[in-house]
Design a protein. Sequence first.
Length: 74
Amino acid sequence: MSEHACSHLVDAMNKKGWDYQKVATELGLSEEHIKDVFTGKTKATPVETNAILRVLGVNENPPHDAAHATTTKS
């Protein structure tokens, strides 16, 4: 498995010149949690997914596959 479960999110983060810490700060979450979400160790909630997409400026929906599944929590 690659280091990043979702290369689109990593690409968007890199395009902005951000790192995990910057994304975490923008969202009020821990850097460890953001890294775990981006690497697929932890599944994001739908609310977290929408917030990540918003702060990174991603306007397209993620693919519907296991790597992009969210938890059932909001």
